[in-house]
Design a protein around this ligand. Sequence first.
Ligand SMILES: NC(=O)c1ccc[n+]([C@@H]2O[C@H](COP(=O)([O-])OP(=O)(O)OC[C@H]3O[C@@H](n4cnc5c(N)ncnc54)[C@H](O)[C@@H]3O)[C@@H](O)[C@H]2O)c1
Ligand SMILES: [Zn+2]
Ligand SMILES: [Zn+2]
Length: 408
Amino acid sequence: MSTKGQVIKCKAAVAWEHGKPLVIEDVEVAPPQAHEVRVKIVATGVCHTDLEYLYGRGKGMIRQFPLVLGHEAAGEVESVGAGVTGFSPGDKVIPLFLPQCGECERCKGTKTNQCRKNWANTQTGVLADGTSRISYQGQQVYQFIGVGSFSQYTVVPDTSLAKIRSDAPLDKVCLLGCGVSTGYGAALNTGKVEENSTCAVFGLGAVGLAAVMGCHAAGAKRIIGVDYNPDKLAKAVAFGATDCVNPKDHCKPIQEVLMEMTGGGVDYALECVGQPAVMTSAFESTSDAGGTCVIAGWTETEGLTLQIEKLLLGRTLKGTYFGGWKSVQDVPKLVDAYMNQKLKLDEFITHTLPLDRVNSAFDLIRRGESIRTVIGLWSRSDGPAEFKAPPLDDVNEFPTSGGCEGSK
Ligand SMILES: NC(=O)c1ccc[n+]([C@@H]2O[C@H](COP(=O)([O-])OP(=O)(O)OC[C@H]3O[C@@H](n4cnc5c(N)ncnc54)[C@H](O)[C@@H]3O)[C@@H](O)[C@H]2O)c1
Ligand SMILES: [Zn+2]
Ligand SMILES: [Zn+2]
């Protein structure tokens, strides 16, 4: 039976307040308005950014509640609003937190992927008309960065949606909605890693491992993975890392260790942790002969120290958002790359859970036990999971580089 034009009742994991676990609620999802598409979400990854937004301490971002988190998803078009020409019911799609309208100066140019279509609204969790399409008993529920994929259905602007091939497995390609695309593009598009170069990747979660994969694809001859979690270091080798360094094994700052290992610094350092102290280390580990540091990690915490003379000598410091990909046009190509075995995705997935276990996915990230957990929006749970909300202070408290634990 068609649901076109009707309000859909479905399950969503709702964040009611900062620092509290998500609650599975029966929500209502309104039909798409003009230039919007309603998507049945089939699978969604859980990204560190979801965790940081819910439990992080930073004050930089306006936090809107109640909120449906989730922004790394794949699904099928359920119905389209007036004026939508590029999508039809049944199309397989990946919602995008970064739009590509194709018409603005930024979209037409090659310099940036920062299209600003609907931006001011989606950043605060609403769509073009200033409201969200998700509600709970008449109360508006915000959609995280314009997506809100911890819901069985959501509505997104038609400029924030990539149509992908019909044979793509949604429970895998959902990872291209954020983490894997970000890390892979951080190396290839933003860093523009060169053949035979030396790279260091700080933080080996999904973003970092994808960065390792990007450095490898670019033909880097040496790729040094840096993480304080030995399990992550082991995993990095499978993605192309040639060396692994655990800051805990060294008494001196990790940038000095890398300087020594490489005889003067790396050509490319990619920060994929989201911690100012690590960003400083990454920058200072680059070579003064034109080294480039790319910041992919996200944080609201201050503390990045930049020694100007290190910059003046010729180093470059860059940031990357969604790996520099032009979202609508490039995500389908990344899906093709996966389907043609040119890009790994399965190897990132360490856990799959049903929606009502989504809080456990946060726990797994915090304990460093997962790379990516994929939530099946329609799969059934075999019982409620035990979950303890993390103390708020914990979330930003990654150890900083240099620890001397078990130093050699
Ligand atoms: N720029 C973007 O568009 C974008 C997109 C997605 C995610 N992000 C950000 O990228 C970062 C990584 O995301 P993720 O989902 O891969 O996170 P994750 O939690 O899965 O991985 C982070 C990794 O960093 C490691 N780590 C922590 N402290 C460290 C330290 N001091 N030194 C070395 N390694 C350390 C952890 O052990 C972990 O393996 C987050 O900040 C996230 O918010 C940015
Ligand atoms: Zn993300
Ligand atoms: Zn645009």
